[in-house]
Write a protein that binds this ligand. Structure first.
Ligand code: FAD
Length: 288
């Protein structure tokens, strides 16, 4: 099965992120989006893992379905929260045995309604080490990066230090979404200054809904620039205009990232295809 580190070496990659649906209606929405996005021949697609392992089986099933039912190269997200080391090892073993070659290793956040979360593996880097052990050389391993710093980090410098150490153990990184090119470039520069040149793929979240993006930005610590907020708020009751601005702004950010030498573009699709397809077309990206 194709490894993402190999694809990145040939880069730039184009990738799409999905979440496992909760019910039959969600399944329909997801598979419609997949059918519309598969013809773009993305380099890979990724499947998130629910907070606290809540989508454990659904993530596994979708990743294996993507491998067996489509031409897509899947990557499984896995979070350490609320799992013992043995459980994580057994999930990784199942992926290895199913010939899934790509895993994104994350610490995970506690589910919002749970007060008793635990971590046996305390950091994402501990999960990377476990995945290396279980994968016996067969996993390409990715990790998360936060261009504006992880929201709980005491300061940016220590966060960058931990990120550089984690990326050295991994094969590649994928970022949280962000809106300012300078945040991504600043992170890459900081990592280079720490001697870390592991490729980090920027994550792109096209704005299609003002309320939703404001909530996501609050949760993730990504800052919505004042200029973008003003433009969006001026048209907030006109859904088509919000989408048009969102696609325009994301297209420009993607172009600037590619011009600056980013190793790929990773789109947060939220299981919809339209905005991603529009940006893909605007960028004139050939099928890969
Ligand atoms: C691309 C991407 C995909 C994601 N997918 C999912 C998903 O599928 N499911 C989900 O639940 N969540 C997902 N998340 C969210 C992620 O789980 C949270 O952002 C989580 O809070 C941090 O995860 P991490 O892997 O970056 O943690 P870590 O790398 O462990 O970092 C967490 C914090 O610990 C600090 N730290 C790290 N190492 C050390 C150390 N040695 N000493 C002291 N402090 C340290 C860091 O600075 C940071 O503040 C995703 C995030 C991104 C960017």
């Amino acid at each position: 099965m194709t490894r993402i580190d190999t694809l990145l070496a040939q880069g730039p990659t184009i990738s799409f992120e999905f979440f496992p649906p909760r019910d039959a209606q969600g399944e329909e929405v997801l598979w419609k989006a997949l059918a519309e996005l598969e013809p773009l021949a993305p380099s890979f697609v990724s499947v998130t893992y629910g907070a606290g392992g809540s989508t454990r089986e659904r993530t596994h099933r979708l990743v294996v379905d993507l491998l067996t039912r489509t031409s897509l190269v899947p990557m499984a997200h896995l979070t350490a929260v609320n799992h013992t080391r043995d459980e994580l090892a057994s999930i990784l073993t199942r992926y290895r045995d199913a010939t899934i070659a790509n895993v994104l290793c994350l610490r995970g956040d506690p589910p919002r309604d749970a007060s008793d979360s635990f971590w046996e593996l305390e950091r994402a880097s501990d999960l990377v080490t476990l995945a290396r052990e279980v994968g016996e050389g067969r996993f390409a391993i990715g990790v998360a990066a936060h261009p504006e710093g992880h929201p709980l980090a005491p300061d940016l410098a220590s966060d960058r230090g931990h990120l550089a150490a984690k990326l050295r153990l991994a094969d590649f990184g994928v970022t949280q979404f962000f809106f300012r090119l300078s945040d991504y470039l600043g992170m890459v520069e900081d990592l280079a200054a720490r001697g870390c040149d592991t490729p980090v793929v920027p994550g792109i979240m096209p704005v299609t809904n003002v309320r939703q993006i404001t909530r996501f930005a609050e949760l993730s610590g990504a800052e919505l620039p004042a200029e973008l907020t003003e433009r969006l708020h001026a048209v907030r009751d006109d859904a088509a205009e919000v989408r048009r601005i969102g696609v325009e702004v994301a297209t420009q950010l993607c172009q600037d990232l590619l011009d600056a030498g980013a190793p790929g573009l990773h789109f947060y699709t939220l299981n919809r295809s339209t905005a991603t397809r529009e940006i893909h077309a605007n960028l004139g990206l050939s099928r890969r």
